[in-house]
Design a protein around this ligand. Structure first.
Ligand SMILES: Cc1cc2nc3c(=O)[nH]c(=O)nc-3n(C[C@H](O)[C@H](O)[C@H](O)COP(=O)(O)OP(=O)(O)OC[C@H]3O[C@@H](n4cnc5c(N)ncnc54)[C@H](O)[C@@H]3O)c2cc1C
Length: 425
């Protein structure tokens, strides 16, 4: 009996979800005769990292214990043990003609894995090591431990980048260093540290409207965070020598700050360096048909899901909408390939127009909007600020419960590769 592999590169938010979808809704519908099927994830860590809670974990392990941050991947697939494989390693390159991915495992072994269908879900790396699980859980825990001991004595902290990650991190760190402010206080009573958040734009949290950004500034001020606007971090240079040496942060407006701690929250880099250049767009994301999520430059049966895809605005909402689309099209293409019949209809991706963003500021307050409406601070706290969605979403993410059903969809005519799709579906 031959084995066909649905190969998934990356085993975090998008990769685990794609694997659950494949096991629940793709494999059961594939032709049975003489072939068995396997879903293989390649991921450098055997644990899943709840990155969303990174800002609180950065500030304190008492507030965000490591057991709430890391979860083993394999037990989440125990229900399909004989059809699931986790390869702990990194994809190093792809041979599109031979439909094979080359992998270096954590033990240094070189492997080649042929695929019947390939899903790319390798996400992104952050400039700060505080928000990326690159190797294994122990390494990131050690990074946090070292950071926490430096943070204890810090008198000046600079955070570059005033998107949600920068704002959340500033709030968490400020509360740990300067304490919770009094009920009516507009600044902390006895601040121990000067914390500065650098915003490249004239307002922080670019996705949110002006009034919400202003509210965020007020809440940060209560915790002892100053925001500098219209300034970019040009360079951040740590003096050589001791672990606790200062970092000189040079800003584009000519100002310079000497910081005990500098955190770079200025953006992300897609993990796509191992892919052929022709598969990438001008921001190094995997270029795909934004309706079908097929990677058309890659040849047959290659798809992208998650933040490394050109279709995505980033975040788990876009991803939740994309998984069923990419995986339905994968199933359609694979059935046609294996049975030699014409492909069925396509499923189309449509970005959620309303969206939402929730930004906790310390353990008690926050700002945000959902479905176009600003949310009161208490709601942001209730939904996200209590535990950064651990109790609300982790179980679903691990078990793939979100994808118990494949969901309703409107069949769309198949469009040849390279042809533009203009209608929405
Ligand atoms: C601090 C922080 C807070 C956030 N908070 C929120 C939030 O509140 N709400 C929200 O919607 N979004 C949030 N986001 C964004 C969210 O984390 C991303 O949307 C999500 O991580 C994307 O998931 P992904 O699976 O596409 O990529 P990743 O989570 O980046 O996962 C990619 C996986 O692929 C692995 N990988 C990388 N290279 C290779 C390779 N060569 N071979 C095999 N595997 C590889 C990586 O190790 C990783 O396990 C936050 C991001 C950060 C940094």
């Amino acid at each position: 009996m031959s084995t066909e592999t649905i190969l998934i590169l990356g085993g975090a938010f998008a990769g685990m979800s794609a694997a659950h979808w494949a096991l629940k809704h793709v494999i059961p519908q594939l032709p049975k005769k003489g072939t068995s099927y396997n879903v293989t994830i390649v991921n450098p860590s055997k644990d899943f990292y709840w990155r969303i809670a990174g800002p609180r974990a950065t500030a304190s392990k008492e507030l965000m214990p490591y057991d709430k941050l890391f979860y083993p991947i394999e037990p989440a697939f125990a229900y399909a043990k004989d059809k699931f494989t986790l390869v702990q390693g990194k994809a190093t390159h792809v041979d599109p003609a031979g439909q094979t991915v080359f992998v270096e495992t954590v033990t240094g072994e070189q492997k080649s894995i042929p695929y019947a269908a390939l899903v790319i879900a390798t996400g992104f790396t952050t400039p700060s090591p505080l928000f990326t699980l690159d190797t294994d859980r122990a390494a990131l825990e050690a990074t946090y431990d070292k950071f926490h001991s430096q943070l204890k004595g810090a008198k000046t902290v600079v955070i570059g980048g005033a998107g949600p990650v920068g704002v959340e991190t500033a709030g968490e760190i400020a509360e740990v260093l300067n304490g919770k402010p009094g009920f009516m206080a507009s600044t902390p009573k006895n601040p121990k540290a000067k914390i500065t958040l650098i915003s490249a734009e004239k307002k922080m949290l670019p996705v949110l409207r002006e009034s919400i950004s202003k509210q965020a500034e007020k809440l940060l001020k209560r915790l002892g965070v100053d925001v500098l606007y219209n300034a970019k971090v040009v360079s951040a240079t740590k003096a050589s020598g001791a672990e606790d040496a200062k970092t000189t942060v040079q800003l584009s407006d000519g100002n310079m700050i000497e910081a005990d701690i500098y955190i770079d929250a200025t953006g992300t880099r897609p993990n796509t360096g191992f892919l052929p250049k022709e598969w990438l767009d001008n921001r190094n994301r995997v270029s795909c048909n934004t309706k079908t999520l097929r990677v058309e430059a890659a040849g047959p049966r290659v798809y992208v899901v998650g933040d490394c895809g050109s279709y995505s605005r980033g975040g788990i909402m876009d991803q939740n909408d994309a998984i069923p689309v990419a995986m339905t099209n994968l199933r359609t293409d694979l059935i046609a390939h294996l049975s030699g019949t014409p492909a069925g209809n396509d499923r189309h991706y449509t970005p959620n127009a309303k969206g939402g963003q929730l930004v906790p500021i310390g353990t008690q307050k926050g700002v945000g909007y959902m479905n176009g409406m600003a949310l009161p601070s208490i709601m942001v706290w209730m939904i996200k600020g209590r535990d950064y969605l651990v109790s609300m979403l982790v179980e679903n993410q691990l078990s793939g419960k979100n994808y118990a059903k494949e969901g309703k969809w409107v069949p769309q005519p198949v469009v040849a590769a390279g042809q533009m799709v203009t209608s929405s579906g």
